[in-house]
Design a binder for this molecule. Sequence first.
Ligand code: FEO
Length: 170
Amino acid sequence: MMNEKVSALLNDQINKELYSAYLYLDMANFYAGQGLDGFANWYEIQAREEQDHAMLMYKYLHNNDQAVTLEAIAKPDKVYKTLMDPLKAAHAHEQYVTGLINAIYDAAQEARDHRTVQFLDWFIKEQGEEEANSSGLIRKMELFGDDAKALYMLNSELAGRVYSAPSLKL
Ligand code: FEO
């Protein structure tokens, strides 16, 4: 049997990942409204990845005979005034999620739940990539955001992001 605390934290994280998806869809929505389809594409794909994260946890719990409880997903109510605002909010959010994943990892280690520790290894690495991506975008916007041509190029670059399913198989 999985440790109760570890199971509850993973169950709660499903909701957090789905909220992340909703938050990123709202950022895509903001950029689409600004006419920046590349930025919108970036965050649409980000939203899909977050749904994948939720589904990996959902399936992992079921594979381990754990009941899953789905709770309400909060409304994404951040207000964005500048093109930089979502980028900074996204980075802060990823840092927050890294803390959540680390806390589940700690609980799994404490419970000597090696299977969950191994499952979470993928998420630990993924968070490193997520934070690198989100801080990289802030840096690019700082460098190029004030120049219309450079912003156009950046938007074109982000339009090229293609969705790929997570490498983690259960
Ligand atoms: Fe599911 Fe962006 O971490």
